[in-house]
Structure formats: C-alpha cells, structure tokens
Write a protein that binds this ligand. Structure first.
Ligand SMILES: CC(C)(COP(=O)(O)OP(=O)(O)OC[C@H]1O[C@@H](n2cnc3c(N)ncnc32)[C@H](O)[C@@H]1OP(=O)(O)O)[C@@H](O)C(=O)NCCC(=O)NCCS
Length: 136
C-alpha cells in the first residue's frame, strides 16, 4: 500500500468526514463554519483520497478537527501516518501546542502520539468527548 499525504482544498474533506464520522447525519453537518480558514490534509492511498484532517491555528496554538479514515481502510496504520504528518507540520510551523476534542473511543489512539487527556469532557451528537493536548 502506498499512501501519501498532501495539503488539500477544504471541500474535499467533507465526503470523507461524512462517511467516516457522521454517516447518519445530513451531509452539511460535517461542514465547519471556518473550514475556509483552516489548513487541510488528505491521505491518498493508491491515488484515492482515503483520509483527512483539518488544522486551525490561533497564534502558536493549533487545533485539529475531524480526523477521519474511510471505514474500509481503518486499522492499517493510515491514521497514524496522517497524525505523524500533522505533528511534523506543526513542529515545522513552530507551534507550541496542538489540541483536539477527542472522541473518548479514540482516546487511546491519541495517547500513542503523546497527547494528554485534560479534565474537560462533554457530550455532543451522541458522542462523549475529552479535550486532549500535546505541547511541543
Ligand atoms: C480513529 C482513526 C482516525 C484511527 O485511524 P486508523 O487508520 O484506523 O488507525 P491506525 O491503523 O493508524 O492505528 C494506529 C494505532 O492506533 C490504534 N488505534 C486505532 N484506532 C484506535 C481506537 N479507536 N482506540 C484505540 N486504539 C486505536 C491501532 O491499534 C494502532 O496501534 P499500534 O500502532 O499499537 O498497532 C480511524 O479509525 C477513524 O477515522 N475512525 C472514525 C472517525 C473517528 O473516530 N475519528 C476520530 C475522532 S476524534
């Protein structure tokens, strides 16, 4: 399997987000109001867009949102490859911190990359979330 990551146009994220994260919600549910202010990365597996993640920077702090790998491609290290690319990118940009609203069922995934769970938790759209962060 050959997978490469590159920066993509915001609207390319929506289909992957919808299928991988919120298939039971209307398509527009996955669009973020500030999508056009973000930096978006796509993982291409054999030239097909298979995973996405979106980064929003304020000052030296980055928030990533909507990390998603297509269901049939999950569990093969692609999420790891995309996350490692994102972390490298943040370091090159000299960010001091990266954080996310993590689905609790993905918490262990983020722990592998050095993210720490905070005590901030909430529930939205039927999912439990915990804010996780990583300092550089
Ligand atoms: C979460 C997600 C991005 C992970 O991507 P993936 O390609 O399936 O994960 P990888 O195959 O790269 O896994 C890397 C490692 O994390 C582990 N892992 C992956 N998902 C995990 C999860 N939900 N919980 C615990 N561990 C997980 C893998 O076992 C693997 O461990 P290893 O390196 O020790 O073998 C992907 O499953 C996904 O898109 N899920 C649906 C949407 C979602 O939940 N997004 C995150 C919202 S916060």
């Amino acid at each position: 399997m050959e997978a490469v990551v590159e920066q993509i146009f915001p609207s390319l994220t929506w289909r992957i987000r919808h299928i991988a994260m919120y298939p039971d919600q209307p398509y527009d549910f996955v669009k973020l109001e500030n999508d056009f202010e973000g930096t978006h990365f796509g993982l291409y597996l054999n030239h097909e867009l298979t995973g996405v993640v979106s980064l929003f920077v304020e000052g030296t702090v980055g928030q990533f949102r909507k990390l998603a790998i297509l269901p049939e491609a999950q569990g093969h290290g692609l999420g790891k490859q995309l996350m490692e690319y994102l972390i490298d990118y943040c370091q090159v940009q000299n960010l001091t911190k990266l954080w996310c609203n993590a689905r609790v069922n993905a918490k262990e995934f983020y722990l592998k990359f050095g993210f720490v769970a905070t005590d901030k938790t909430y529930t939205a759209a039927g999912y439990d979330f915990v804010i996780m962060e990583k300092e550089f």
